[in-house]
Structures are given as structure tokens and as C-alpha cells.
Design a protein around this ligand. Structure first.
Ligand code: ZN
Ligand code: ZN
Length: 160
């Protein structure tokens, strides 16, 4: 079964329905989307750009909720494990996952200009890249591959 190739904004609008999906996903996984997990997932959704853990703590505080870094990292770890968020190592930041993809191969495009991230759900490209690396004797230690460059809107701004 081949998933259609598409690029979806990893962080953007459509918060309500995505948050509802998160609930369904957790129910399917037999885990609980607690209030704090839901809140942090929503903060990621509403951010529109990758957030660092401390950015999230700040936003929680603006919302009148105090949270320790330990709780934050535990919650982020939960969201990563459930496939509700992705970590962008290049930025040391997190984006919500709103795409319907398996937890397998993931290509994350990070714009060097505006730092927005997009998920490229292209399992064929991912698998061929991994296979090619395998031939060269390299193995991937991470489920996601980060690609940096200019996003469509930043590219348009440059050429225009
Ligand atoms: Zn995703
Ligand atoms: Zn950009």
C-alpha cells in the first residue's frame, strides 16, 4: 500500500480537528491524553512554527499554568512516542504531527529562513535513501531525516 506523496505543514492551522484526532489516536493506543498533554499538543499546533521546550513552558505560564522542565520533557516524550509530535534536532524544537502517517520513515523539511517545518510524507523517497545509505555502509539511527533549505514562500520571496 502506497501512501500518496504530499507535503503538509507540520505546524499550522486547523487546531480543533487535529486535537480531536489526537484524542482518538490515544484511545486507539490505549493511552490517556491528559489535560496537560492535550494543552501542550495544542500549544504546538497554535504556534505555527517549531517550539523549543522552554518556549512551551513560557506559553504555559502565560496561560497561568506552571510546569517543571521535567514534566515538560516527559510530556514531549509522550507526544513523540504516540506520533503526535516530531522533534527537529537541527533546531532542538518540536512540531505537532498532524499528518496521518505511520511512525516509520519521515522526512522533515526545515526552512532556514523562517524556520517553519513541513513533513514530507514520501515513504518511497525515504526507503530509497535508506537503501542507498545501506549500500554505502551507513545506517539511520533515527526515524526522521531533516532536510534544510528554503520553503516555497521563502523561495518565492527570494526570486521575486
Ligand atoms: Zn508526522
Ligand atoms: Zn520559509
Amino acid at each position: 500500500m502506497k501512501a500518496p506523496v504530499r507535503a503538509v505543514p507540520a505546524a499550522g492551522s486547523g487546531g480543533c480537528s487535529a486535537a480531536k484526532d489526537a484524542e482518538e489516536l490515544c484511545a486507539r493506543h490505549g493511552v490517556r491524553l491528559t489535560a496537560i498533554r492535550r494543552k501542550i499538543f495544542k500549544i504546538l499546533l497554535q504556534a505555527g512554527a517549531p517550539l523549543k521546550a522552554y518556549d512551551i513552558i513560557d506559553r504555559m505560564r502565560e496561560d497561568g499554568r506552571r510546569i517543571t522542565p521535567a514534566t515538560m520533557y516527559r510530556t514531549l516524550e509522550f507526544l513523540l512516542q504516540q506520533g503526535l509530535a516530531h522533534r527537529i534536532n537541527a533546531l532542538n524544537a518540536y512540531v505537532p504531527c498532524t499528518a496521518a502517517h505511520d511512525s516509520g520513515g519521515l522526512l522533515l523539511f526545515v526552512c532556514s529562513d523562517c524556520q517553519k517545518a513541513s513533513e514530507l510524507n514520501d515513504p518511497v523517497l525515504y526507503d530509497s535513501l535508506r537503501a542507498r545509505l545501506g549500500v554505502l555502509g551507513f545506517s539511520l539511527d533515527n526515524a526522521s531525516i531533516e532536510i534544510q533549505g528554503a520553503c516555497p514562500s521563502c523561495s518565492a520571496g527570494k526570486s521575486g
